[in-house]
Structure formats: structure tokens, C-alpha cells
Write a protein that binds this ligand. Sequence first.
Ligand code: NAD
Length: 295
Amino acid sequence: MTRIAFIGLGNMGGPMAGNLVKAGHEVTAFDLVEASRQAAAELGVGISGSAREAVAEAEVVVTMLPAGRHVLAVWADILPAVKPGTLLIDCSTIDVESARKAHALAAEKGCPALDAPVSGGTGGAKGATLTFMVGGSEEAFDRGEPILARMGRKIVHCGAAGNGQAAKICNNMILGISMIGVSEAFVLAEKLGLSHQALFDVSSTSSGQCWSLTTYCPVPGPVPTSPANNDYKPGFASALMLKDLKLAQEAAQAAGASTPLGAAAAQLFALHNAWGEGGSDFSGIIHLLRGKEKG
Ligand code: NAD
């Protein structure tokens, strides 16, 4: 049993904290929103009056917050209250620069830290089947891995501080670009009189094969479980894809990397969001490429 503090009990953090309780850990937690606190309390999570109060006795602190500025503000707030040596793990998806600043803040207090963003969405958070991409020292990773293993199925150590976030945004840049590529191919096939199924049958067993085609196919029919068959309900919301593509562009600019297709993907998903489709699955980008809304 480990004493764990959990800050940020939203769609992801709430069920993740619940899985730590299920695994036999003692979890004290805090969120700014009363409804989130209550939902977590129903999963057996102990609720504190503030983030500082939650971390006071903790051996491990986990944060699951919206963006880099929230993580830096919460870590700056709690670090004076944690015991030296407490392991801090941030599971939010944030920019690489803020992740590295968070590691530095923790180091000033003598605390090891990990950036450990996830993929797998809310289903993975509930079912404890998330994938964690982790940055930080070997020693910090060895301490954090058994905790992360209670919330996920696959845990990959990607290297030093910030490399978990780097892996996450590189992967999601591939995903955003490949979904646009697959969608464009279906739109072209429609214009050429080639059926969705025929294109799928060829490309799913040829060099065009990829996850966006065979798991998340953006047209209804070929892959019955893809969001396209469920009116493009997420799944993975277009707003979250846009967030990750913007983080990839920030990182590319800071690092001097040239990512022209990543930049184009960010622009197309910005348009999709401006269309009011931020809450739809990101595979709904195919409607934008057809030039007309779904229906
Ligand atoms: P969410 O908005 O549902 O939850 C965030 C929670 O943080 C909210 O409950 C909010 O009240 C709380 N919060 C904000 N500031 C706080 C503070 N100062 N103190 C305490 N609590 C505070 O978001 P989510 O869907 O749970 O996502 C969390 C993170 O995980 C994000 O970085 C997101 O990009 C990432 N992520 C989400 C998904 C997904 O499918 N939802 C998938 C992968 C990664």
C-alpha cells in the first residue's frame, strides 16, 4: 500500500484515482470542481480541502490537469507542502517545455519526477488499460512503474525529462496526418466511382495500411466499430486532436524541426473545430474534406 495524492479528478483523473483505490492504495485527492470531487468520492477516493492538504502525507503525487500552465501552478503550490523525496508524476498532456520546467521545480525541492502522458482515452482510464509514455530518470521510473501499472496496461520509458510528452505529441502528429490522408483517399475514391469497401479491401492489405484506416476508418461500413458508424461520436474528440497538434507545432518551432504536414494538419483540425465539430470524433474531418457537413 502506498499513500498517493491525486490532483485533477476530471474525465480521466477521476477513474484513474478510482483504479488506484481498487488496487489497495490509500488515495487522498483534490479537484476545483465539486461534482468531480463527489464522483471520485463514490469510487472510494478520500477528498481533501485543498491540493496542499492532499499531498501532505503522500509518498507519491499524481496530477491529471488540462494544460501546462495548470500543472506548473499546481506543482508550485504543492511543492512547499510535500515531504522531500516524494515522487511527483504528471499524467496530463502538456507542452514539452512546461514538462521540463515541472521536473526542474521538483528537483529544487529534492523530489524525483516523471512526465507520464497517456493514450487510451476515457475508456482506458476506466478499464485501467491506458498506455503511459514516460520521461524521467531510471530511479524515478522504477519507483513510478508499479503505480502506473495499476492504471494502465503498457508503460514505456521514453528517456529523460520531457520525453514522455515528446513521444505523445510525435505519435499524435502521425495520427492526425494519417487520418487526413486516409480521408482524402476516400473522398477521391468517391469522385472516381470506387466504393468505400473496395478501397478498404485493397488498402488495408497494401502499403496504404495504417491505424486510421483499419481501426478508425472515417467512413461507415468497412470497420463496424469505428466512430463513423456511431454518428462520429468520440472516440477521440477533434478538440483534443487539435490540442495535441498545436503542442507538436510549438515543440517543432522551439526545436527548429520542419513539420509541414503537421502544420497543415493543425490548420485543418482548427477549421474542423471552427465548424463547431470540436466535440465530434476527429475522423469526422472527412466531412470538411468533402466540403460539406455530415448527413
Ligand atoms: P477534464 O477537463 O475532464 O479534467 C481536468 C480536471 O482538472 C478538471 O476536473 C478540473 O476541475 C481540474 N483542475 C483544473 N485546475 C485545477 C487545479 N488548480 N486544482 C485542482 N484541479 C484542477 O480533462 P480530462 O479529459 O480528464 O483530461 C486531462 C488531461 O488528460 C488533459 O491534459 C488531456 O489532454 C489528457 N488526455 C485526455 C484524454 C481524453 O480522452 N479525455 C485522452 C488522453 C489524454
